[in-house]
Write a protein that binds this ligand. Structure first.
Ligand code: IMP
Ligand code: MG
Length: 363
């Protein structure tokens, strides 16, 4: 059997069924790696239970958790340890997780104040329709460096001091948002005691463990979250998430060699979008026909998704951006008997017809 080294990424605004493709490719000899984003994602897979298919959703863990494969968390992830432990524990009713979890020591830890800040900021001006999972405030802290608490810090004895330091640095911000109060630090410590204890065993130098696994002939599947249209630099600014989402970037963040990997871009035949932001091929009639039948609701927030016609302008750009070796088209069954109009160029006011995606995309 040939070794599978594959990165799976979304090409437009997410929810294309990347988990399903990982599901098809996974082997017992796989490590399935999450490399970006955090609890904003929703990986939905079905597991067989007493002869019936049951739906399972993970947010921080890759969908590989539901298989007898190893799972890993890369350094660019917004790692929410409480949510992650909950997902491991929930999975335990289906399948155990001992000895098959790898967490990069470098990954930043997302804490409850990130979620509270996200929620607070989204209530104010400039809301971007975030999932309120703490993503924006988390990556801000990561980029700031001084306020990044790594997983190594988190599981070490010096976590209480490190937390105190960071809370001091963030004092004004947390006070302004009404988050900081007497006893807050102790509450945070108590809330994370179990996660620190349970997860400490999984801290590794992930870059070396992935390299070793590859050299032994093991399979590595990189499971992207979100999709290129939401990339912090390359997406529909400002309606994006806060991490880098393209496959070459994910591989680089894991110190994995691009040349050894196949990159698969996944696109639902009709793009959908949840949250705010432009969608050039949105069509209200098409949307009304597709969304209710296809059950298009956000896996994280339960918000209704918007649907549009196939947008090859966007897909073509994403395929290049991700350096795709192949494209997987999903959910054609949902539009089987419908006439699909396909967008092959944009009409940009003041510019005319173009096959380029403008940086200030509207529509
Ligand atoms: P945030 O990453 O939670 O701040 O959300 C920013 C934008 O990205 C919002 O429009 C979200 O709806 C969207 N988004 C974030 N994660 C996902 C995802 O996994 N699937 C689809 N949309 C997402
Ligand atoms: Mg999703």
């Amino acid at each position: 059997m040939t070794q599978k080294l594959i990165a799976i990424v979304g090409l437009v605004w997410g929810d294309e069924g990347k988990g399903k493709i990982v599901d098809e490719l996974i082997t017992d000899n796989s490590i399935v790696v999450r490399a970006n984003g955090g609890g904003n994602a929703g990986h939905q897979v079905h597991v067989e239970k007493n002869g019936q298919l049951e739906k399972r959703t993970t947010h921080v863990s890759p969908s590989g958790l539901m298989h007898n494969a190893a799972i890993a968390i890369g350094p660019q992830v917004a790692f929410d340890p409480i949510q992650f432990l909950k997902e491991l524990e929930d999975a335990r009713t289906d399948i155990g997780y001992d000895n098959r979890v790898l967490i990069s020591e470098r990954v930043g830890v997302l804490l409850p104040y990130h979620i509270a800040l996200d929620t607070f900021e989204e209530m104010g001006a400039g809301s971007i329709g975030s999932t309120n999972s703490g993503i924006g405030p988390f990556y801000r802290d990561n980029a700031n460096r001084k306020t990044r608490i790594t997983f190594r810090d988190f599981v070490s004895d010096h976590f209480p001091e490190r937390l105190r330091e960071v809370l001091q640095l963030k004092e004004r911000e947390l006070k302004d948002a009404g988050i900081l109060h007497r006893g807050y630090e102790e509450e945070l410590l108590a809330a994370h005691e179990t996660a620190r204890k349970e997860l400490a065993q999984f801290a590794v130098r992930l870059e070396y463990r992935l390299k070793d696994h590859m050299e032994r002939g093991g399979d590595v599947l990189v499971e992207g979250a979100q999709a290129s249209g939401l990339d912090v630099d390359l997406g529909t600014i400002p309606y994006t998430t806060s991490s880098h989402l393209t496959a070459p970037h994910l591989l680089a963040s894991l110190e994995l060699p691009r040349g050894a990997f196949k990159i698969l871009g996944v696109e639902k035949i009709y793009p959908t979008r949840v949250g705010k932001g432009p969608m050039p091929t949105y069509d209200s009639e098409f949307d009304a026909q597709v969304v209710p039948n296809a059950g298009e609701v956000g896996a994280k927030t339960g918000r209704r998704r918007r649907a549009g016609y196939p947008d090859w302008v966007f897909v073509r750009r994403s395929a290049r951006m991700n350096d795709c070796d192949g494209i997987v088209i999903t959910r054609a069954d949902n539009v089987q008997d419908m006439d699909l109009r396909v967008c092959i160029a944009y009409d940009v006011p003041g510019e005319g017809r173009t096959e380029e995606v403008p940086s200030d995309l509207e529509g």
